[in-house]
Ligand binder design. Structure first.
Ligand SMILES: [Zn+2]
Length: 346
């Protein structure tokens, strides 16, 4: 993703193609009457620039295209940068200070939190519809997060081969709210692959610690199409056991590290929001080079979810993707679209 060269010409060509197949501005429809006969008409001026306005020939109403940041006061570039800075460990207050120094704007820290909450929810909903290709084995784990003194568990699963993460809930230590929905989610998204691998005599494996919840969830959802193995923690690695739960434990270390930087979450909602965005960031935005790989890739890329986010502004592009995908109702066709380069507000 990062290594691929951004080509403007290519972008225009694909844009034209989309116009050709879906009509209008990438399938741009009037949000009021769903009419497709729309024309450019004027601009909507905001504090930070202007946005193209359209006129619908059908109902004669004007509207602004939903670029993912509709009705937001601040431009998408600022919003995505704010979220990214917070994801990289800066507090909301520090992010606000950063903008004051470098962009001469001072969004309220609580505003930045609202950005993260909004886009975390939106991207999570989209992400839940994606079907990652499983390499396996899938490591299941929970990590303890303290929220205002309350001990909570973040449930998640990670594909060892692709590093793709399935994120679950932030709950108490309950099976119903923790392990169960996580197994359910994995089955909903990847059931076909489990069946195929079983048929081929090479079933996908789950690895977990001995917490009974995992046995229970596995028996309920996967006993006929996968294997379950109990891993050993990192501490036991020196004994040379083959199936340890390493990749996910390393990830837990990372969450703990982040948690330290943030000095605790304010409430459960904000903790869930931040962790969800963290997982989106890991799966789709942050490329890493694994041993034996020629270039850095995102887990999503390894799992066959191909989205070209260009060379820069990855989160911004991911958010801009969303309304286009929603309009088209055809996720696969649009996985090849390259978005126009964002204009940078300064
Ligand atoms: Zn209309």
């Amino acid at each position: 993703m990062a290594a691929k060269r951004y080509s403007c010409l290519n972008g225009i060509f694909i844009y034209w193609e989309c116009n050709y197949f879906f009509g209008g501005q990438m399938g741009l429809k009037c949000p009021y009457c769903k009419g497709e006969e729309v024309i450019k008409r004027g601009w909507r001026k905001t504090k930070f620039g202007k946005k193209q306005r359209y006129l619908c020939r059908g109902c004669n109403r004007r509207f602004v295209e939903d670029d993912g940041f509709k009705r937001m006061v601040y431009p998408g570039e600022v919003i995505s940068e704010g979220i990214s800075l917070h994801q990289r460990g800066l507090s909301f207050a520090k992010v606000s200070e950063h903008f004051e120094e470098y962009k001469g704007i001072k969004p309220n820290p609580s505003t930045i939190w609202k950005w993260e909450r909004k886009y975390s929810k939106r991207l999570k909903e989209w992400e839940g519809k994606q079907e990652p290709k499983i390499g396996g084995p899938i490591h299941m784990d929970e990590v303890i997060v303290k929220v205002k003194g309350e001990k909570l568990y973040r449930w998640h699963a990670k594909d060892k081969k692709t590093r793709f993460k399935f994120s679950g809930n932030l709950t108490d230590r309950s099976y119903e709210r923790g392990a169960k929905p996580l197994f359910k989610q994995i089955k909903r998204r990847t059931r076909k692959q489990f069946k195929e691998r079983k048929k081929m005599g090479n079933p996908i494996k789950f690895v977990s610690d001995k917490l009974g919840h995992y046995r229970k969830g596995f028996n309920r959802y996967f006993s006929r199409m996968a294997d379950l193995e109990f891993g050993v923690p990192i501490a036991n690695k020196k004994y040379g056991r083959e199936h340890n739960n390493n990749p996910i434990e390393r990830d837990n270390e990372e969450i703990k590290e982040r948690y330290k930087v943030m000095r605790g979450f304010k409430n459960r909602d904000s903790a869930q929001t931040t962790l969800d965005m963290h997982d989106i960031h890991q799966n789709y935005i942050h490329p890493i080079r694994l041993k034996g790989e020629k270039r850095a890739r995102t887990p999503a890329e390894r799992a066959g979810i191909k989205i070209d986010l260009g060379r820069q502004h990855w989160l911004l592009h991911l958010i801009m993707f969303f309304p286009i995908l929603k309009r088209s109702r055809n996720w696969k066709v649009f996985s090849k679209i390259r978005l126009p380069k964002p204009c940078i507000a300064s």
